[in-house]
Structures are given as C-alpha cells and as structure tokens.
Design a protein around this ligand. Structure first.
Ligand code: XMP
Length: 512
C-alpha cells in the first residue's frame, strides 16, 4: 500500500488543490471529511495530516472541529488557513477576529529557520484569505514567518512536528508554495515520494477485488472518459464479473454507438450490453422545450432503462460508476462552503438509489487529468482518453427547443462536419469543446435560382481549463469558411451557419 497523507476537508475551495499538489510530489493523498476519527487514521497508518482551510471561524458557534485524537497520533500536522486557527485554538493559544481581513497577495518574511522553509528565500509573495488571526501561540509553538498584518503567519512546534500557515501554499499565487509542501512531506513527514499511476492501479485492483469478492458488478457506460477508464480498471480486477451497459438514448452523435461498440470489442473483452432505447427517450421528449425538463426526463428514463437491463442480468451486487473527485466534493454541512456551491451544477440524473446496489467508485479520489493518465497507463487509446466532454443529455441540449428526428439528423451531420474539419486542422485536442447547435428558426436564403427557407446551425468552439469559465476560440478564416461551406452544401435543410462568439460567463458553453 502507498503511504497516505490525509487532507482533512473543512470546506475550502482549495482542498482538492492541496490533495493534487501532494500527488504531484508523488505522495498519495486522500481527502477525508473533517470529522473522520483519529482511530481510522491510525488504522490506515497515515504519514501526516493536513488541515485544510475553510469558510468558518473557529470562534463561530457551529465551527467544524477535527477529532482531538489526531494530535495524539504522533504524526506531523500542517494546518493551512482555517487549519492554523484550529491548531491555535485547540492546543491552547488564542484566536481573535482580525481587524483587517487579509485577502489576496501579501509579502511573507521568514523570521527563523525551519525545515518547512528549507531552501525558500527569506521573502516571498503569498496568497492569503482569512478573517481570524492568532494572537497568542499555544505552548511549545514559535513563530517562523510574518506578514505586515500578522506576526504569526507561519508557526511551528518542532517537537510535536505541528506546523501552521496562515496563507495558502497550495495556490499558484504563492511563490514556492509547492516547495513548502514538499518540505512538509519529505523533511517533516519523511514520505518516500514513490507514488505513481502504476502503483495506483495495483492498489486499486487489489481494493476492488477485496470489496467485490465473487459478486457481479454492473456499470453504465457513457462512451466518455470517466466511465470507460472505470470500466477498464474494474475489468482488470474482476474480469467477467463486470457487465457494462451502454444506453442508446437516440441523442448520440453520428456513429457514436458503433464507435463505442468497436472500441470495447477491441480494447476489452468485458461483457457489453447495448440497450436500444431511442424510441422511449424520443417519445418522452416530444414537445418538451424547457432544458431542465429535458434533463429530468432523460435522467429518469435512463434510470428506468438501466434498471430493466440490470434485472435481466440477475444477481448483481455492485453498481460501478466513473465518479471522479470533482463530482464528489464532499457536501459537508458547512454554511457557505463555496466548493459545494460550485459543483451543484451538472449531475446527470444521479443513479438509482432505489436499486439497492452497493456503489463502487474506483476513481472518486482522482482529478480529471489523473483519470486520463490512468487511462493511458491502462492502454486505452488516445481518442478515448483525450475525448472532448459531451453532456449526459447529449444532443437534447443542442437541439434548441423541440427535439425531432429530423432536427437531430441535421445536427448530427453538421456536427460531424465540424468535427472532421477541426480534427483535420489539428485542433481537436487543443480546444476544450467544439460542436454544432441546431437553432429552432428558419431564415431565408438563395440556392441557384431558388429561394430557400431553411434551418440555422451555430458553431460553438471554446477553450477552457475546467469548464467553469471558457473563452470562444477564433478559428482561422479559411477554416471557418470551409466548415460553413461544407455544412451548407452537404447538409440538406441548412442554409445558414453562425458562429458563437460569447465567453462563459456570462454565457454558458452549452446553449441549453
Ligand atoms: P455549461 O453549459 O454549463 O457546461 O457551461 C459546462 C460543461 O458541462 C457540460 N454540461 C453537462 N454535462 N450533463 C452533463 O453531464 C449536463 O446536463 C450538462 N450540461 C452541460 C458541458 O458540455 C460543458 O463541458
């Protein structure tokens, strides 16, 4: 088993980022709810504990506190932001609300030598965001760095190996932040730094085998990266105890179903069931214009179809899902937890609680790019691992307004042309998403000597890091011209192509 450093989540939007920095240092890290018991950390043999930041004040009535037993485990503890307040408050120091809220960049000056700052310049820019401030240190603690507003910006108790930082070493704006984290991991916790994807695969496979035993597992395959990587990993672990179900909801892109079938035939011999549910979905969506209603219908219908398939398979004990870490940011009950606000956005219908299956989520500690690396390590092809995101409700949210077979057909053709040209231009992996949208209006055109009254296709091409914000991409003139010409010439029923030049926010990536 890899050595684990635990990150306790007190609701900071940066908790994930801490976990990620640790893994970049090749130390395996897991995020735990703040209330996790000290006993379970002992059992797991954690090498160190990091207390994350959070929106609360330790002075507030319902402030979240960790199990006090974590301070008796004999392992190093690093408190960040809210975490340093916890150290101060719980170990006998004093915290007061700060008169000046420190927010944003500030200059940190080191005031003594500490292994935490080994190799770090005496002055660095750091990123702060906090309201409370330590005004008296707990016994055994010393200050090791200060900012203009705070004499206890970094503190240590070298004997207990407890450290606190008022600023965020995990964010990009803190100079040498990763080196500070590295010092904590290697000089203080004495981690080995031998964690990598290959080891992750080995330990996940062992864990999956142990959890599943001889039971059967079912997994809903979307054709996207996450569910495919989960399927591959689980298949490596338990072989044919896994059945994958792919639901054709009639809202897929051109040749998508065939592509999924081929891919799975080629890359793993897992048992694949393809449920053709096109008619059910499209019947239920008839006349539905409201995007949220579309999503609800699709989510519920998916559950129904999926359930029916599961019942055909018989005794299934586990439902596997490709849930990744950003999907699960623990909805810990802390008021104003910004992380939980950010995520509520796109959950695709959820999966059947009422199916009474146990959940298996082997990717739920990984970030998207880690899932991709895992996929590569497992030998999945580039065009799957680096596929652009595609929304769960599929083309339903790209045919604006009423969904009809005719409109879907037109959109599919136009989308395939756009994709073809984007791929030929070498842009497919460079942009975040590139797709066509069907607009529910007709406009006038001329073709030859005839007047036409036909449909409009919009092109949406964006770049983004995480889909939370996005910029439209300015394609070359010639390329745009080619795409437009081809769509108008090759797709019957379209006489106009427009380009979406809006960024997110205030627009969104999808049109519905
Ligand atoms: P928006 O349109 O909100 O999209 O800027 C951000 C990202 O999420 C995808 N998206 C969805 N994914 N179910 C999904 O699984 C949905 O209902 C959904 N709506 C949008 C979108 O493609 C983009 O990558």
């Amino acid at each position: 088993m890899a050595q684990v450093v635990a990150v306790l989540d007190f609701g900071s939007q940066y908790t994930q980022v801490i976990a990620r920095r640790l893994r970049e240092c090749q130390v395996y890290s897991k995020v735990y709810p703040y209330s996790t018991s000290a006993a379970s950390f002992r059992e797991e043999g954690v090498k160190g504990i990091i207390l994350s930041g959070g929106p609360s004040s330790v002075l507030a009535e319902n402030a979240p506190f960790p199990d006090r037993g974590i301070f008796q485990l004999g392992v190093p503890v690093l408190g960040i932001c809210y975490g340093i307040q916890l150290l101060g408050y719980m170990l006998g120091g004093k915290t007061e609300p700060s008169e000046e809220r420190e927010y944003g960049k500030g200059a940190l000056r080191l005031t003594s030598d500490s292994p935490l700052f080994e190799g770090i310049p005496r002055r660095i820019q750091v990123w702060n965001s906090h309201g409370d401030k330590l005004t008296r240190l707990p016994p055994g603690f010393d200050s090791i760095a200060r900012t203009e507003n705070s004499e206890f910006s970094a503190v240590e108790n070298p004997e207990l190996r407890f450290y606190g930082l008022q600023f965020h070493p995990e964010v990009f704006h803190t100079e040498r932040g990763t080196d500070i984290i590295r010092n904590f991991l290697f000089r203080i916790c004495h981690c080995q730094g031998d964690w990598n994807m290959a080891r992750y695969i080995d330990s996940s496979i062992a864990a999956i085998r142990q959890t599943v035993g001889t039971s059967k597992v079912i997994l809903g395959l979307s054709g996207g990266v996450d569910s495919s990587v989960a399927a591959k990993l689980i298949h490596e672990a338990i072989g044919n105890q896994l059945t994958c179900v792919f639901v054709d909801n009639g809202l897929l892109r051109e040749k998508e179903r065939q592509a999924v079938e081929e891919l799975y035939r080629e890359h793993f011999q897992a048992h694949l069931v393809v449920a053709d549910a096109r008619d059910i979905f499209l019947n239920r969506l008839k006349g539905v214009k409201d995007p949220e209603k579309k999503r609800k219908i699709i989510g519920n219908t998916f559950i129904e179809v999926f359930e029916a398939e599961v019942s055909k398979i018989g005794e299934v004990e586990f439902l596997a899902q490709g849930t990744i870490y950003p999907d699960v940011i623990e909805s810990i009950p802390i008021d104003g937890n910004p992380a939980s606000l950010i995520k509520s956005h796109h959950n695709v219908g959820g999966l059947p609680k009422r199916m009474k299956l146990k959940i298996l989520e082997p990717l739920n500690q990984l970030f998207k790019d880690e899932v991709r690396r895992l996929g590569e390590e497992l030998g999945l092809p580039k065009n799957l691992v680096w596929r652009q995101p595609f929304p769960g409700p599929g083309l339903a949210v790209r045919v604006i307004g009423d969904i009809t077979e005719e409109r879907l057909g037109i959109l599919r053709r136009a989308d395939a042309i756009l994709l073809d040209e984007i791929t030929k231009a070498g842009l497919y992996y460079k942009v975040w998403q590139s797709f066509a949208v069907f607009l529910p209006i007709r406009t006038v055109g001329v073709m030859g000597d005839e007047r036409t009254y036909d449909n409009v296709i919009a092109l949406r091409i964006v770049e983004s890091i995480d889909a939370m914000t996005a910029d439209w991409v300015g394609l070359e003139h010639n390329l745009l011209q080619r795409i437009s010409n081809r769509i108008i010439n090759e797709v019957k029923g379209v006489n106009r192509v427009v380009l979406d030049i809006s960024s997110k926010p205030p627009s969104t990536i999808e049109w519905e």
